[in-house]
Design a protein around this ligand. Structure first.
Ligand code: HEM
Length: 362
């Protein structure tokens, strides 16, 4: 499967806005001047971490050492150039990975195409704008894996390992990814509800799916910050903050006024052009760093849900801490990703190794 890459990039001093093609499943957006990519070389130091959940039996970091010894090489050689030519790939894959893990566990269920048997997770409105670059990565890596070691590598492992590689490539921390997960056999649109929420919910509703899965408020803040330090959001997601915010105020007063003005100009046509989008971290969009947190404190954030992290007393001190301490942010993010990686995983007969990542085996 090939995806056309259609994009127009407009970068201003404060705000980067991207116009992506009409078909989100088949589009990619590209920020200008991506940060230099750092390639992982050899074994990576794993950041210090606190107590971790016990590893599900059968999962190992070197799971493919014997059955697919070129696993890491294929991943590196396939993904690295893709990220270099399409710098929004890392964000795309991380978002899809999160949306996968929170529904039915990290089992590749989000990848399944709509089937005759009914709508799959991708048909749920919360997944309709999942970025095409992520699916393109899966196609490329799976194809290369199948050529080298057919029927061995699961799509859920490809998604998890790709996310880890790409996060590192854009400057983020390295963390442990346990492999050997199987691909799930269920993907239903209805299962997405209550496991993922949109950006308009209150804090309790946003936190509820995390809490249910054993993630703390700190876990949520650090994962969300790691996700939203790269990537973009469509204007429709934050239009309520810059157009008719309240009966008396057109713009959300918590936004930096000149930033808001630029967003208004750049999103002016968002209804006619629903693909208009802005970078979630306008200061360093292509780089994994802790700017996201200081951005919120300076009114340089987009999503109502991101801003809420600063107004709720449960998350505010964590935002302030990460804004000051990049090392702590990196260490906590690494730890939370390790936790996310083993969420609801399937092993043995609970799953399968899909031949095509977008369809169940028949
Ligand atoms: C907790 C509640 C969360 C909400 C309400 C939320 C909401 C959103 C929204 C509205 C967008 C913009 C989508 C678009 O317009 O195309 C977005 C983008 C993104 N989110 Fe989240 N998100 C949440 C948590 C997370 C977490 C935990 C992660 C990662 C672990 C994450 C990773 C991302 C990434 C990487 C993007 C950018 C995607 C791209 O550029 O293609 N989000 N999110």
């Amino acid at each position: 499967m090939a995806f056309p890459f259609v994009f127009l990039v407009i970068v201003s001093c404060f705000t980067s806005v991207i116009h992506v093609s009409a078909d989100h499943h088949a589009s990619a957006a590209q920020p200008q001047k991506p940060q230099p990519a750092k390639q992982p070389q050899g074994p990576q130091p794993v950041l210090p971490r606190g107590p971790q959940p016990a590893a599900p039996p059968g999962l190992r970091e070197d799971y493919y050492a014997k059955t697919c010894p070129s696993f890491d090489k294929i991943l590196l050689e396939t993904i690295t150039p893709k990220q270099s030519s399409n710098p929004t790939t890392a964000a795309a894959v991380l978002r899809v990975f999160f949306h996968d893990c929170f529904v039915e566990g990290c089992d590749g269920s989000v990848l399944i195409n709509p089937a005759p048997s009914g709508p799959s997770e991708r048909d749920n409105p919360l997944n309709l704008d999942l970025p095409g670059d992520a699916f393109d990565v899966i196609v490329r890596v799976k194809t290369a894996m199948e050529l080298s070691c057919p029927g061995v590598v699961s799509c859920s492992d490809i998604l998890a390992a790709s996310a880890r590689h790409l996060i590192k490539q854009v400057g983020g921390p390295f963390y442990k990814v346990l492999l050997g997960k199987k691909d799930g056999k269920v993907s239903k649109a209805a299962n997405v509800d209550h496991n993922l929420v949109d950006e308009k919910q209150n804090f309790d509703t946003m936190y509820a799916p995390f809490e249910k899965k054993g993630f703390t408020v700190r876990d949520m803040v650090v994962l969300l910050g790691g996700g939203h330090t790269i990537g973009f959001a469509h204007c429709s997601r934050f239009a309520s903050r810059i157009f008719k915010f309240s009966p008396t105020q057109d713009i959300d007063p918590s936004l930096n006024p000149s930033f808001a003005k630029r967003l208004k100009t750049l999103c002016a046509d968002y209804v006619a052009k629903p693909d208009l989008a802005a970078f979630l971290d306008p200061l360093s969009p292509g780089k994994f760093d802790n700017n996201f947190f200081s951005n919120i404190m300076r009114g340089l954030d987009l999503l109502p849900s991101d801003h809420m992290l600063l107004t709720d007393p449960r998350s505010k001190p964590i935002v302030e801490e990460y804004a000051k301490d990049s090392n702590k942010f990196f260490a906590d993010f690494a730890q939370a990703m390790e936790k996310l990686n083993v969420l609801g995983v399937k092993t043995g007969a609970e799953g399968e190794i899909r031949t095509n990542c977008f369809a169940f085996n028949t």
